[in-house]
Write a protein that binds this ligand. Sequence first.
Ligand code: FAD
Length: 444
Amino acid sequence: MTPPTNIRVIIVGAGFAGLAAAIECTRKGHSVTLFEKSPSLDEITRVGDIISFDPNGARAFERWPGVIEQMEAIARQTSWLDLYHYQGRFVTRQSFAGEKAWGRRINGHRGQLHRIIYDHAVARGVDIRLGVRVEDYFETDGHEADSDNTSSNSVPEAGVVLAHGQRVSADVVIAAEGVRSRGRKIVLGFDENPKSSGYAVYRAWFPADRIRDNPMLSHLVADSVDTHQGFIGPDIHFLASTIRSATEVNWVFTHIDDGNIEESWQCPGKPAEALRYLDGDGDENNRWCPVVRELVKATPEGRLIDHKLVYRDPLPTFVSPGARICLIGDAAHPFLPTSIQGASQSIEDGVVLAACLERSGKGNIPRALRAYEKLRYERVHRAQAMGPVTRERWHKADWEEVWKKPEMIHLVREEWLLNFDAEKDVYERYEGVVVELESKSDGE
Ligand code: FAD
């Protein structure tokens, strides 16, 4: 068992980023209190559908006893993606079998996977306080003015403000509250609103019984074998899977949107509205193929959400001025779904941060946070930039060229990104990064 470091960590948000950071912090001997505004686990896991972890994210799960095995039991059992032209003609099969050596891939229901991680965090003894909303953040440098205006020396710390102004402090605060993070204000020094990406995603998940007797769709559940396919058309891509021995169906499609980003994840969608995007502007020659349209029609009311894709420009920093508060996950770097990296990068953040704190020790928290930023910044933004590239490659495909060279529409799968062990990387690079950071600040 790892000896305690006596580092007190507050984490805000029990999404994948917050839970991964909490688990990794306990692995390294730090003590964690996690605040989550949702009042129950059901509330956190109720919404959502397919989520993907590539080998770089799933590697952490392998270090959490029993977790990867539970995940694999409910994950999609495919090692390929079949890609079609939107009017139904098969284009190419992209195989992921060659990536096996890089580690495991987990694609499954967000709520089900989330529950596995949450239960593991609880089993490890993480102190999770549900139903507690963090209203604000603070950090002190240890030289606070007393009421008589004389200076008093105390230990520098950071903390959060809860309802009724209750302040809770710690050695370090990790803001993992997603794309609408309040922690960004103290880090950036100003309020900054999310922008619309100009796209939204319809997302659905429902029992496969809805399609079993449909002659257009029954092949998707034949022999109880999972499937994974993508249909590529102008300004839209449609991805569908059957999962859990083809007993469940999931589909998502990204489409151009009006840019209103007020809606949250809970925004319900209507199959009839989604279908309108697929009718080729009323021209039968441009209509999406029957498989796609039938999948949308088969979706039960209440099982479709219309999720606006929020975008943020890369932040100049993930760390507050006193370097005791930092952002992780979507709070630091929201991803477009076409990057297929948002969830994996949020896991990497927690791994790296916990290991940096372990290396720095309680006496050097700012050093740990600055090293975390340095280790993560370039990598995460390189991964983020891949989202728009894949989207454009699909939405603006030159079909004359694609038919000659179908691999043109394969997902970009790069080894630097996927075959990566974030924990090992910290242990190899931490000392060098600290020397670099400290020599830079000496020179200023
Ligand atoms: P999030 O997943 O957004 O988690 C942030 C957490 O912080 C939430 O639990 C939130 O309740 C909590 N929180 C926010 N503000 C406060 C506060 N002030 N005080 C305390 N707690 C707070 N991605 C997919 O690819 N597929 C999906 O199906 C999918 N479904 C999603 C459903 C929901 C409800 C949410 C919130 C996100 C979903 N995502 C989905 C996004 C995906 O989970 C994230 O992109 C990625 O996992 C990074 O997660 P995160 O932990 O940084 O942020």
